[in-house]
Write a protein that binds this ligand. Structure first.
Ligand SMILES: Nc1ncnc2c1ncn2[C@@H]1O[C@H](COP(=O)(O)OP(=O)(O)OP(=O)(O)O)[C@@H](O)[C@H]1O
Ligand SMILES: [Mg+2]
Length: 482
């Protein structure tokens, strides 16, 4: 359970915030005075701290500095009164993660808090490299991730990580989807001299282009309509730390130009601002696209690419290191068995053979999801080959008609793969949308599998044809509205 520490002398607000967070399933500790809060943080660790800036008998900046010293990685969100934005920005320079202007809305609170908690998770969950002794079985420790694989190609990867981690150079990570690029980026961070500084991951493809630049570089109040307060961008927030730019090929050309300036001169301006801000951020970029092709076709700046690619770590697809498949399978088996409180202990010989010969087009992520799913559905203490059903395409055979069971399995795999991401997003309001989205995905997949035949699709989904028709009508109305 994630732990939140609330520090404010306003008892009413403390009461409201405690209830708000407890309902969401967080463990909450509260404190009404600064000096007392400083005592508490000496012996208790938290995942997030909300700190009121203005309290009697204490200076907010001083409290912040002491919290930062005691809990380097815990994000601190400063709460300030209207009109004290300058103080808040000063506090961010001293290591606060973000600020909230009182009175704030629940939506704003939720957004900032869930973002900060996500950053906290990524900073605190250590990614370990394999030990020098490769024959020890991987033993996952909770709160830690481990990079698994003994193949020669992976050994090369570990060597490179070791060589570059401690230097401050930018790193480019390439490889197909699901090969572990993000994991490697996090490993570099955890082994770097910046490991006590912020780590922020940004997916360049996930944020709409018109918002991306302001997310990255921030904006001044009044920079555009709706910019009610100064917003500190991720780059500035990450000062001194490491910024992971995932799917960098999707970054627009104008943002690329600004990023290049950050890399070359260590400076930028917030949107709508004239003041030049100095930063020192280490960039780790990743892409599953052919970057040279992107450059040739004019979608990616050549100068930025040259600057990023000086150190390139390429992650081989799983099919090129088949000797790692079973190591990974065993690792995921023990991890998920513990995570889902199951006592699954091993893979049958036939299952091992099946896993080893699958081409794994989705790489490690696909293998991980396969094992996760098998552990969830099994009732015994081992996994047999029947727990792993691949589509004919994946097994290299021509496509044949699949049974209903097999179709359902594939639907489940697709959904299970997105569940963790969905759960991290789930918040008031967003929840309903997500359920709708999942439902629609399921319906679309079922229809596709059944060649558009509604009777079959309804049967596959286990709902009546009428229900399906009703849902389809709703989907149609929605798409007309949007
Ligand atoms: N060598 C490995 N050992 C253990 N787990 C791994 C390894 N490689 C990948 N994984 C796991 O597989 C999943 C996918 O990895 P990751 O997200 O790093 O891939 P990616 O290359 O960033 O993929 P994409 O391009 O689709 O974003 C993650 O859950 C990660 O923890
Ligand atoms: Mg990734």
């Amino acid at each position: 359970m994630e732990k939140i520490f609330l520090i404010d002398d306003d008892e009413g607000l403390i009461h409201f915030l405690s209830r708000f967070f407890e309902r969401k399933g967080y463990e909450v500790t509260t404190c009404l005075s600064g000096p007392e809060a400083v005592r508490i943080i000496q012996h208790e660790s938290f995942d997030l701290i909300l700190l009121d800036y203005k309290m009697p008998e204490s200076n907010g900046i001083d409290i912040l500095t002491r919290i930062r010293a005691a809990q380097v990685k815990t994000p601190v969100i400063l709460m300030t009164a209207y009109g004290s934005t300058d103080i808040a920005i000063e506090a961010m320079k001293r290591g606060a993660y973000d600020y909230l202007v009182k009175p704030f809305e629940r939506k704003e609170l939720s957004r900032i808090v869930s973002e900060a908690l996500q950053v906290n998770r990524q900073m605190k969950e250590i990614v370990r490299l394999p030990d020098a002794e490769p024959d020890g079985r991987p033993l996952p420790i909770s709160g830690e991730l481990q990079i698994i694989g003994n193949s020669k190609k992976m050994q090369e990867v570990y060597k490179l990580i070791g060589q570059v981690a401690e230097s401050d150079v930018s790193v480019m990570i390439t490889g197909e989807s699901g090969t572990g690029k993000e994991l490697v980026a996090r490993a570099i961070y955890h082994h770097s001299t910046r490991k006590d500084k912020p780590f922020i991951a940004i997916n360049c493809a996930a944020i709409p282009e018109n918002l991306f630049e302001s997310e990255l570089f921030g904006y001044e109040r009044g920079a555009f309509s709706g910019a009610e307060r100064t917003h500190i961008g991720k780059i500035e927030r990450c000062n001194g730390g490491t910024c992971f730019l995932d799917e960098i090929a999707d970054m627009s050309l104008s943002t690329q130009a600004k990023l290049l300036r950050v890399l070359q001169e260590g400076e930028f301006e917030r949107l709508g601002g004239s003041q030049t801000i100095k930063v020192h951020v280490r960039i780790i970029a990743a892409s599953n696209k052919d970057m040279e092709m992107e450059v040739r076709q004019g979608r990616f700046r050549a100068d930025l690419f040259w600057r990023l690619k000086i150190i390139t770590i390429h992650l081989p697809p799983l099919r090129e290191r088949t000797e790692d498949i079973l190591l990974l399978a065993d690792y995921f088996l023990s991890r998920f068995s513990r995570e889902y409180a199951k006592s699954v202990r091993y893979l049958s010989e036939a299952a091992r053979k099946k896993l080893k010969t699958c081409p794994w087009p989705g790489n490690v992520r696909e293998l991980e999801n396969c094992i996760r799913r098998a552990i969830l559905i099994t009732t015994g203490d081992f996994l047999s080959e029947d727990h792993f059903i691949f589509s004919a395409q994946e097994e290299g055979k021509p496509l044949s008609r699949l049974s209903r069971e097999q179709l359902m399995d594939r639907l489940r795999i697709k959904l299970e793969a997105i569940i963790p991401e969905v759960l991290h997003l789930s918040e008031d309001g967003i929840h309903a949308n997500i359920m709708e989205m999942v439902e629609e995905t399921l319906i679309r997949m079922a229809l596709k599998e059944c060649g558009g035949n509604q009777v079959h699709a309804a049967k596959l989904l286990g709902i009546s044809r009428n229900t399906l028709r009703h849902r389809l009508k709703k989907m149609e109305e929605k798409s007309l509205l949007s």
